[in-house]
Write a protein that binds this ligand. Structure first.
Ligand SMILES: [Zn+2]
Ligand SMILES: [Zn+2]
Length: 76
């Protein structure tokens, strides 16, 4: 069995494990974008959803790091 990482915030369908909304509209904020090891937080942006999670980024998980980088769009 190829179980998904139990620490991942989204399930295999890309939905948030906490609130079940699609992971994509979630807002991920790193406390320090230069040092992701410090962790961060994630909020759901769906109206009336109060999903909130603190995150510790597993930088050894390449797939997650890549997703994280796409979520943490640099300010333009
Ligand atoms: Zn959520
Ligand atoms: Zn939600």
């Amino acid at each position: 069995m190829n179980k998904p990482n139990s620490d991942a915030c989204d399930d295999e369908n890309g939905n948030c494990k906490v609130c079940g909304h699609p992971f994509d509209p979630h807002l991920v904020i790193a406390y320090d974008s230069n040092d992701l090891a410090k962790g961060g937080e994630m909020r759901c942006q769906v109206v009336d959803c109060d999903c909130f999670q603190t995150l510790s980024f597993d930088l050894s998980d390449k797939g997650w790091t890549k997703k994280l980088n796409s979520l943490l769009k640099p300010p333009s």
